[in-house]
Design a protein around this ligand. Structure first.
Ligand SMILES: Nc1ncnc2c1ncn2[C@@H]1O[C@H](COP(=O)(O)OP(=O)(O)OP(=O)(O)O)[C@@H](O)[C@H]1O
Length: 681
């Protein structure tokens, strides 16, 4: 290693990477040398040189031979061109090679030289439709990496930067796994694994690299998780000693019976609240299973015991809705929740801030506005975080810091993607888990129908039937306005006009992110009161929106949504005893797209849907927003690699019991890593 040099250095330290490139790399989440080395190809092209006789028509392959004619470029039109040359791939076989619109390649093609070319084989013409010239150095590799790119950053530039990083920083790549584990599981060093992830010579090298990277990713995740748990166990918690009878009375005032699963969850949570360790619990339940009510009851227990309580939610619409339903249910028995969101005016905000500070306000529900420094509680005993994956580690910590004593506060997190117990143990550590595994009595499965645009009439018919039965409808689209890039997609505004014409006797309203927040609230309220019957919206209605009278959700261009998102959207209906329908309008063009739509029509269980989704998506696509709420791994797949996760969990557990197995240097490297990486837990 070189003194002062580290793989956490900024990319700007690499030769040839100026400020513009640095910014472009940042757009795909790459800031440091380490980030770049972990920017793995999302797929590889098989560039093994093949024999002509073994190749099928239209197959993508690499051929290698001697260039036996000067390259010729013909231009046609303003920007179009064709480059041709001949390649002798064996003593008796000469083929032609064509590249379209890359005239500059002419300078790299020299008569008499040996050249490998990747492309599509056209057997009739004995022609290779060239896609890429393969450099000498790459031609002993079987695979060429393909990376996610961004505007201004092309494949060759990414490859060049990665090669540069290996050249200049290879020595600085630390070994993160303890030596004895590498031995035990026969894993290659990290530096080598990273290199082989990008430039594997063959399938075996690629496999070795993946094994190491997956194990390491799970190991580091477990290391951080279990250390946090260990620390947590030593804390004493704020004990919420509530009067059980009083809570029972509250439960009796609810107009329906709790499900068995809800009762069990309430009991588990309340047991933790009374204990002298701080609660760290995950409440999981599929869409519409009644998590919110369980959360309300935990909040009430806290208030009965004399503590304040806060519920943090990801959107203002949701915050407002929760306040409304809390007060509707409990205000008559003297329990009132206050709202705190950023759109409130200064006076309103001040009143809440003062109320929380003096302890006059005991129950608050709000968005991230709640975690700002100005908010100080008198005695916050329980914090609840809904849709926990929408908040970062820092935001969750900021909420915890608002407790009487920051480590003692009780925390309940909620997720709408319930996972099996065994997986929960590995993913949530020793955090306890309560699962609501049944829907309230009388709920009917939602009928999901896949339709193509041309069959829209059947959808309109069903909408008409439901409207005349007095029910309401969501109509969801992926875009707000027409965009040049997606001309075919009808947008919210156009569709709402169309629906107004079609259903003149009903009120049609629109909801999207470009309305100001007050307008959004008005629209939601009007839909909530059934003054609006059809709500045409973007995914703003995705989480938590609860209008029991809505029985139809139509999702247009459904193939453009993630499955987790579609499942959340579908969960906006089927929230009462009424029969409900979900129409997915789509025309998937790929096999994968078709399979995804099938999954939606066949399954109603959120966990199965995420699992199936990951199976068909494969690696690479997990980038972007985390929609399922399951912890996201850079490379490993919690379903396919579950056994590795389990091994990593056990190894970390052992290691924490016998830390003497680690050298001082190993401990130092691990703690530096943990410090630098805020892996989501
Ligand atoms: N035991 C019950 N019996 C009947 N209705 C219930 C019961 N529990 C909750 N509900 C109602 O069911 C609807 C859905 O409940 P809730 O909003 O708590 O679900 P959720 O799990 O938070 O859903 P989501 O993940 O979609 O936000 C609400 O209208 C709620 O009042």
């Amino acid at each position: 290693m070189t003194l002062g040099k580290s793989w956490f250095d900024s990319l700007s330290n690499l030769k040839g990477i100026g400020p513009v490139k640095v910014q472009q790399f940042q757009q795909i989440g790459i800031a440091s040398i380490k980030d770049l080395l972990f920017h793995f190809p999302f797929r590889y092209e098989d560039i093994q040189v093949r024999e002509l006789a073994t190749i099928l028509d239209q197959e993508k392959i690499t051929l290698k031979g001697k260039i036996v004619s000067e390259p010729v470029v013909q231009f046609f039109g303003r920007k179009k061109s064709r480059l041709n040359f001949r390649l002798a791939v064996s003593d008796h076989e000469i083929i032609s090679v064509t590249f379209f619109n890359q005239p500059y390649l002419k300078n790299s093609i020299h008569l008499g030289e040996t050249q490998a070319v990747y492309g599509k084989w056209q057997s009739n013409q004995q022609n290779l439709l060239g896609m890429k010239l393969i450099k000498q150095a790459e031609s002993d590799q079987d695979f060429a990496p393909i990376y996610h790119t961004t505007k201004g950053l092309r494949q060759p530039q990414i490859i060049q930067a990665i090669k540069q990083a290996f050249e200049e920083y290879f020595e600085e790549i630390p070994e993160l796994l303890p030596h004895y584990l590498n031995e035990k599981y026969q894993m290659i060093p990290l530096a080598q694994a990273l290199f082989q992830m990008h430039f594997p010579k063959n399938g075996e090298e690629s496999k070795q690299a993946k094994r190491k990277i997956i194990f390491q990713e799970f190991f580091l995740f477990q290391w951080r998780l279990q250390l946090a748990t260990q620390r947590q166990r030593k804390q004493t918690g704020t004990r919420i000693l509530y009067d059980v009878e009083e809570l029972k009375e509250v439960i009796q005032s609810i107009p329906f019976n709790l499900t068995t699963a809800q009762k069990r969850a309430v009991n588990e949570i309340c047991y933790d609240l009374m204990a002298d360790f701080p609660m760290r619990r995950m409440l999981q339940g599929d869409v519409g299973s009644g998590k919110t009510l369980v959360a309300f009851l935990a909040m009430i227990a806290s208030v009965i015991a004399g503590y304040q309580t806060a519920l943090l939610v990801p959107t203002e619409i949701l915050a407002k809705q929760h306040v409304k339903s809390f007060n509707r249910m409990f205000e008559s028995i003297g329990l009132r929740a206050e709202l705190f969101v950023s759109v409130m005016n200064t006076a309103e905000k001040k009143a809440i801030i003062d109320g929380l500070h003096t302890g006059r306000i005991r129950i608050v529900i709000g968005t991230h506005a709640l975690i700002q420094d100005a908010i100080k509680f008198k005695n916050l005993g329980l914090a609840i975080i809904d849709e926990q994956h929408r908040f970062g580690v820092g935001q969750r910590q900021a909420m915890l810091n608002k407790g009487v004593d920051k480590d003692s506060i009780n925390l309940l997190q909620m997720t709408a993607t319930p996972i099996p117990r065994s997986l929960a143990l590995s993913l949530y550590g020793e955090m306890s888990v309560s699962t609501i595994d049944e829907l309230p009595n009388g709920r009917q499965p939602i009928t999901t129908v896949l339709v193509e645009e041309e069959q829209i009439e059947t959808v309109y018919q069903s909408m008409a039937d439901e409207l005349s039965a007095g029910h309401q409808i969501y109509y969801v689209l992926p875009l707000i306005e027409s965009s040049e890039h997606m001309e075919q997609i009808e947008n919210v505004l156009e569709v709402s006009d169309k629906l107004r014409a079609r259903f003149p006797n009903y009120q049609v309203d629109v909801l999207h992110g470009q309305l100001d927040k007050t307008e959004q609230q008005v629209v939601m309220e009007s839909f909530g009161n059934n003054q609006t019957q059809i709500l045409v919206a973007t995914t703003m209605v995705e989480v938590g929106v609860d209008v029991a009278n809505a029985t139809v959700i139509v999702i247009q261009s459904a193939e453009r949504f993630g499955l987790a998102q579609l499942h959340q959207l579908r969960g906006r209906v089927g929230r009462s005893n009424l029969a409900s329908y979900c129409y997915l309008i789509s025309k998937p063009t790929t096999e994968q797209g078709k399979a995804r739509m099938q999954i939606m029509s066949q399954h109603q269980d959120g966990f199965i849907i995420s699992q199936e989704d990951m199976k068909i998506r494969g690696m690479g696509d997990v980038l972007g927003r985390n929609q399922s709420g399951l912890p996201q791994f850079h490379y490993a797949n919690i379903f396919e690699d579950q056994h590795v996760l389990e091994v990593a969990r056990q190894e970390v557990g052992q290691l924490l019991k016998t830390p003497e197995r680690l050298s001082e240097e190993e401990i130092l490297t691990l703690s530096q890593w943990v410090e630098k990486q805020m892996i989501e837990v």
